[in-house]
Write a protein of this length. Structure first.
Length: 599
């Protein structure tokens, strides 16, 4: 009798990887959503993949499970059901508890949002610009502090993020000697990719369809959005010179609006205005009035003759990765580009088209005329583009991530402690007030604390109590509610876990009731709510605060903070009802609205 025995080396279960999209997954896909979906498809070869987003997922994703979430609690539950998650952008700003999970954390840093905001923020108020940049920078620093594996888009970005990882203490003997001296166990280049399937033309969309575009015209296409860190204005001025020589060269902007951004980029309106002033609008320069669905873009690309992208010479350009150029490679289009970014170097090295210095209208016009007139040049560039595109196929560029997801593991240094002492108790870190402003502050204090101000404050408080009015607002798509005034003799606090070393600050969200206050705010950091000594104390005067904004309490870094539980509490020892601030809590969790900062 033969007895069969089961193999002692059973196949291990496939890892479970969650892809978190920070933008909608809908018909009108933008770059981050495209990247999320395509990387998820590649990783699904070696892992069981789920895609999630805070919005309804409107696209079918064959082979990939879909689980949209409605709250931070639902998202954390999803994370706990997987071995690792891949997240991009500012998702951890909206859902900071992602930073505290014990799952393997993979952060996709292919868009340097902090550098984009340096340009986009120029259109906002100085206060808003500083606030947005601070949030983007803090988000990036927190991700670098706790992540296990990082993705970027090119070698320039890798150099940039290596510097930031070194600043965060993530380049150390453990990550260097024990793991991988190239640091590719921690940070890898994964560009945006191209589908292995060639684009197909299914219907006419421009030639003989748009009244300004004849079948024989030479069409330049600008794929993607009009963004503040790009330079369509130089291109439009160049088209004015081109038109004087050839009326059959047309420029088509594929997207003049953005499907997800609530704050429109000012450059889009400026581009339309300039086209109108130069009498090019709807004649030589045409703007597509709506965002083109992802699956429809091939029809526009295949009817074009030349792909074009222009940008200024600034920091964002140097570290950028232009998604639109991938569309040009996919469609086999010869390119015209400004110099200064990584793709312009590729264009020059592999003869994919022509490059011109940023902002040079005459040089750009000559390049357009040369490419439009020289059919043989366009054909040679097309052949080179088709060859270059092979290196950007998704199944090739995604390999570093796929290999990591075969067996996702925590970074070896993430839980390692650094030998350092805790801060001495009652360390005070304050913001000095210029002597010239002391008199102003004294006058404000006198007015705020006058008998009249106290009576008015008491009356308003009584009315709100009788009417049961709630002071609520929205922060990063979450509802927050004012807890009440922080008065003398009252304290409020919060327990939190520190995910990284060198905790050096707490940001707390305050309301000032729309007025200038002069009370002092003191933040204490302790080991627990029962602790009688402070690890750090930071004091700030309330007149430095803006209404409904974060206030930063900084203190000397706590070296061995990673993995520890802390408690911070706030007091305002000299506050009165007419001269005080309020703190906020999240409606869904009841926790104070705060963020952590690390050196």
């Amino acid at each position: 009798m033969t007895v069969s025995t089961a193999s002692s080396s059973a196949t291990p279960p496939r890892p479970r990887v969650l892809f978190i999209s920070g933008v909608p997954l809908q018909a009108q896909l933008i770059g981050p959503a495209i990247r999320c979906l395509e990387l998820a498809r590649q990783v699904s070869q070696v892992a069981d993949v789920t895609i999630t987003a805070s919005h309804a997922i409107e696209r079918e994703t064959p082979g990939l499970a879909q689980r949209p979430f409605q709250s931070e609690a639902e998202l954390l539950e999803l994370v706990q059901a997987h071995d690792a998650f891949v997240a991009q952008g500012s998702i951890t700003l909206s859902y900071p508890k992602l930073l505290l999970t014990d799952r393997v954390k993979i952060f996709d840093l292919y868009v340097p949002v902090n550098l984009e905001l340096l340009e986009h923020g120029r259109q906002t108020s100085p206060e808003q610009r500083q606030r947005d940049y601070r949030n983007a920078q803090a988000t990036l620093q927190n991700q670098l502090a706790v992540g296990d594996f990082f993705l970027c888009a090119n070698d320039r970005q890798r150099d940039y993020y290596l510097g930031m990882l070194a600043r965060a203490g993530r380049i150390n003997p453990i990550t260097y000697d024990v793991a991988d001296r190239s640091l590719r166990n921690l940070l890898v280049v994964v560009p945006l990719g191209l589908s292995a399937e060639r684009p197909t033309h299914t219907r006419s969309v421009l030639r003989g369809v748009h009244p300004a575009i004849a079948p024989q015209d030479v069409i330049l296409i600008w794929a993607g959005s009009l963004l503040d860190w790009l330079d369509p204005l130089t291109l439009i001025r160049a088209m004015s010179l081109v038109r004087a020589s050839r009326s059959d060269v047309k420029l088509f902007f594929l997207a003049s609006t953005h499907p997800t951004l609530s704050d429109s980029h000012a450059i889009a309106n400026r581009a339309a205005t300039l086209s109108r002033e130069l009498e090019l609008l709807d004649r030589t320069v045409i703007f597509n009035p709506a965002w083109t669905p992802y699956d429809e873009r091939a029809n526009y690309l295949l009817e074009a003759d030349i792909g074009v992208t222009t940008h200024p010479d600034h920091l964002e350009t140097h570290f950028s990765f232009r998604t639109r150029v991938l569309d040009y490679l996919w469609a086999g289009l010869p390119l015209i580009s400004s110099t200064g970014d990584a793709f312009s170097e590729l264009i020059q090295q592999q003869r994919l088209g022509l490059t011109v210095p940023p902002g040079e209208v005459e040089a750009l016009a000559q390049a357009i005329l040369k490419m439009a007139a020289d059919v043989a040049l366009r054909q040679a560039c097309r052949a080179n583009v088709q060859q270059a595109a092979l290196a950007f196929r998704w199944d090739r560029v995604a390999q570093p991530l796929v290999e990591f997801c075969r067996a996702p593991r925590p970074a070896l240094d993430r839980l390692a402690d650094r030998a350092a002492d805790v801060l001495p108790p009652d360390r005070i870190s304050g913001v000095p007030i210029a002597p010239a402003l002391v008199k102003v502050q004294s006058e404000i204090r006198r007015v705020r604390r006058s008998p009249q101000a106290r009576i008015v404050a008491r009356f308003k408080t009584t009315v709100k109590h009788v009417l049961r009015r709630r002071y609520t607002t929205s922060l990063y798509d979450r509802t927050i509610e004012a807890e009440g005034p922080l008065l003398s003799g009252r304290r409020c606090g919060q327990v939190f876990h520190a995910p990284a070393q060198w905790l050096n600050g707490i940001e707390v969200f305050f309301g000032t009731f729309g007025r200038v206050n002069t009370c002092d705010l003191v933040l204490h950091v302790c080991d627990s709510p029962q602790a009688t000594t402070n690890l750090a104390v930071s004091r700030i005067n309330a007149w430095l605060l803006s209404d409904c904004d974060f206030c930063v309490f900084e203190f000397s870094p706590i070296a061995n903070s990673a993995g520890r539980e802390f408690y911070f509490w706030l007091e305002s020892p000299n506050a009165i009802l007419s001269d005080c601030v309020t703190v906020f809590r999240y409606d869904d969790t009841g926790e104070l609205v705060f963020a952590q900062r690390y050196a």
